[in-house]
Design a binder for this molecule. Structure first.
Ligand code: HDD
Length: 669
């Protein structure tokens, strides 16, 4: 058990063993009936148990996060795999093998806490490293750039993307007028918009997303040399997405699709792992690029500035209580340790104010650092006292510095002994409310991203534009967006204009850019990687068939669920039926495997529908019985469709390794 889990253990109580008591410790003899004058009432105000129970219940909700309200978290460990002292003195990065407990919270940005998982949105990827030198929070996203360059626009951006205030519609969607109004007024949003319309915004699950610190931060080594850095988290399972059609259906079939996947993977022991990497440039090289390193709407192409890997982040334990841990965790990009510091990125600077401020109202006062999930694992000592919900009892007479009565304790620690010393950055200039000229290139990286995508990814992006902008009712805004897209790529603008019935803008000169394979998901690690197989099998299947199905899961890193026409167990082999045609749907699986026919025509019809759906989503499908037994709408000699000789899974497993057959699915997504 890591140090953080040990600490949390001391706050954990098991409320199931003891007698039922009030919060004052009084044992109660009854919990089903309130105290009444006579059996039919009236209820008596004297009933302290009723009052306490209801009062507590009345106050069980806290404000949801103003953004990133819907989130899911897990515990884990960061292990340093390459020491980085040439760049940073951060202790947790300075010894190979050093382990640091972590807590990660993934989130959707726009939707409220009760919204669905698989919406088109940016995902938050916030990691708290409980280091020996204090907490370091990497509060990032799954997209490496941001919509705006300056934090002063953040409230406007969020007001625009959230449900519209007059009718609170739509929930967890960017497909509405105010969002498109905002982005069409902000050329700087164009690059992130490309990511938002791409498959990145509909991840397959949380285990297969990249994480980015987004801003340029600073690393400082023991010689006080400063480097600019971008932080990266690369999932070892690769970066994978669902299609938009799947996303919309999944939200109905299983609104908790992402959190369920993460929870179950961890329970199964399929611990997701990310490689933690950095792109580093010496401070002196900051002007060597055709983008400004302080501009959060720009990424650093990995082919140009390679990512160097320093460690591994593993999530290996679910929380015990979602409210206590995932909901009460408080992140802050300003939580840094010696060796990590800030840059002048104006978006970052605003964030450094915002996070503590929001915790004050969300967690109800200045002592939220004492909530178990937020406590550092190293000691913390200072002169801060009192306030709402104070947990610590501070017996010392002094709560000020300097003092004679306690010999100046607690005392500041010199830098060479580990005290945080702000990097001594030289500053000059006038106070102005202006944007630097070097922040004015709004389109190059948008075009770079679009042109770096594979053909099928570009098609997905175009279709996303048509869906999203198609939901925007204001014609002038639609036209403005099409013109904005024309600066990225004429094909994109033309496609959108045609589908939306708008004039096609004339072709204009778009930036001449390099393309980078690292920006496309087509280049990501793939493989069996815990892919899911829905096995359609009748309750009458033979023991031999069922034994074969069972061996598949032990032979390959895949996750199987049997799907049949009723629940219960199989007739000839002691194995539970996991799902039925009524409880599940092909969008919830990566592939389908049919084992035998079913007698009832309604079952055959359902199987046909399942297969057609999986086919349309470009997934591998296999059957040991003739496909034509079912009412299918696809040619059986298509790519990724496998007629299996009885119980030889080899071709299907090869197809599953490939994952999707996009060419086959053209026009279907
Ligand atoms: Fe933020 C939450 C990530 C810009 C203000 N943000 C929040 C969370 C993540 C991010 C992952 C959820 C943390 C959690 O799980 O508890 N935010 C980002 C990234 C940004 C960004 C990657 C740009 C690079 N954020 C940003 C700006 C501001 C904020 C410019 C304000 C000026 N963000 C907040 C917040 C939140 C928040 C209002 C809501 C809940 C919270 O902080 O704890 O303060």
């Amino acid at each position: 058990m890591n140090k953080k889990k040990q600490q949390l253990k001391t706050f954990t109580t098991q409320d199931v063993d003891g007698p039922l008591t009030t919060n004052q410790g009084l044992k109660m003899d009854e919990d089903n009936f309130s105290l009444k004058a006579g059996r039919r009432g009236s209820t008596l105000l004297e009933d302290f148990h009723l009052r306490e129970k209801i009062t507590h219940f009345d106050h069980e909700r806290i404000p949801e996060r103003v953004v990133h309200a819907r989130g899911y978290g897990a515990h884990g460990t960061f292990t340093c795999t390459k020491e980085a002292s040439k760049w940073t003195k951060a202790h947790f990065l300075n010894e190979v093998g050093r382990e640091t407990p972590i807590f990660v919270r993934f989130s959707n940005v726009a939707g409220s806490k009760g919204s669905s998982d698989v919406v088109r949105d940016v995902r938050g990827f916030a990691t708290k490293f409980y280091t020996e030198e204090g907490n370091f929070d990497l509060v990032g996203n799954n997209i490496p750039v941001f919509y705006i360059q300056d934090a002063i626009k953040f409230p406007d951006l969020i007001h625009a993307v959230k449900p519209e205030p007059h009718n609170e519609i739509p929930q967890a969607q960017s497909a509405h007028d105010t969002f498109w109004d905002f982005v069409s007024q902000h050329q700087e949003s164009t690059h992130m918009l490309m990511w938002h319309l791409s498959d990145r915004a509909i991840p397959k699950n949380l285990r297969m997303m990249e994480g980015f610190g987004v801003h340029t931060f600073r690393l400082i080594n023991a010689q006080n040399e400063s480097f600019f850095v971008k932080f990266h988290l690369k999932p070892q399972l690769g970066v994978h997405s669902v299609t938009w059609d799947e996303a919309q259906k999944i939200n109905g079939k299983d609104p908790d699709f992402h959190r369920r996947d993460l929870y179950e993977a961890i329970e199964r022991g399929d611990f997701p792992v990310w490689d933690f990497g950095v792109q580093v440039i010496p401070e002196a090289a900051q002007f060597d690029f055709d983008f400004d390193v302080l501009d959060a709407t720009k990424l650093w192409p990995e082919e140009q500035i390679p990512v160097e890997y320093l460690g591994e982040l593993v999530l290996n334990e679910n929380v015990d209580n979602v409210f206590a841990e995932t909901e009460q965790v408080a992140f802050h990009p300003g939580h840094v340790v010696p060796g990590i510091d800030f840059s002048d990125d104006p978006l970052l600077q605003g964030r450094l104010f915002s996070y503590t401020d929001t915790q004050l109202s969300r967690l109800g006062g200045p002592n939220f650092h004492e909530i178990p999930i937020n406590r550092p694992v190293c000691p913390f000592t200072n002169n801060q006292r009192d306030g709402m919900h104070r947990q610590t009892i501070n017996p010392s007479v002094t709560s000020y510095y300097p003092n004679a009565l306690a010999n100046n304790q607690p005392a500041p620690v010199p830098e060479e002994q580990g005290g945080f010393h702000h990097f001594e950055q030289s500053l000059e200039g006038k106070k102005v409310r202006e944007r630097a000229d070097s922040f004015l290139d709004f389109y190059s990286q948008a075009t770079m991203f679009y042109e770096s995508l594979a053909d099928y990814e570009q098609q997905h992006l175009k279709d996303a534009l048509v869906f999203e902008l198609g939901k925007c009712k204001n014609e002038q805004i639609r036209k403005n967006v099409i013109n904005q897209m024309n600066h990225v790529h004429h094909d994109l603008a033309k496609y959108g204009a045609q589908k939306l019935g708008l004039p096609i803008p004339s072709k204009i000169e778009t930036p001449n850019v390099k393309t980078y394979p690292s920006l496309s998901q087509a280049t990501t690690p793939n493989g069996l990687n815990t892919k899911t197989v829905g096995v359609i099998v009748s309750p009458q299947a033979s023991a031999e068939q069922l034994k074969w199905i069972r061996t598949l899961e032990t032979k390959y890193p895949i996750v199987l669920s049997t799907i049949s026409n009723r629940q219960g167990t199989f007739e000839h082999f002691d194995m539970p039926i996991d799902e039925t045609f009524d409880t599940t749907h092909p969008v919830l699986f990566d592939s389908l495997l049919v084992i035998n026919t079913f007698d009832a025509p309604t079952d055959q019809k359902t199987i046909g529908q399942f297969l057609n759906e999986a086919y349309d989503h470009a997934k591998p499908i296999a059957s040991t019985v003739d496909f034509l037994t079912f009412p299918i709408l696809f040619p059986i000699d298509s790519e990724g469709v496998y007629m299996l000789d009885t119980m030889d899974e080899t071709p299907f497993i090869e197809g599953l390794t490939i994952g999707r057959f996009w060419k086959r699915g053209e026009g279907n997504e």
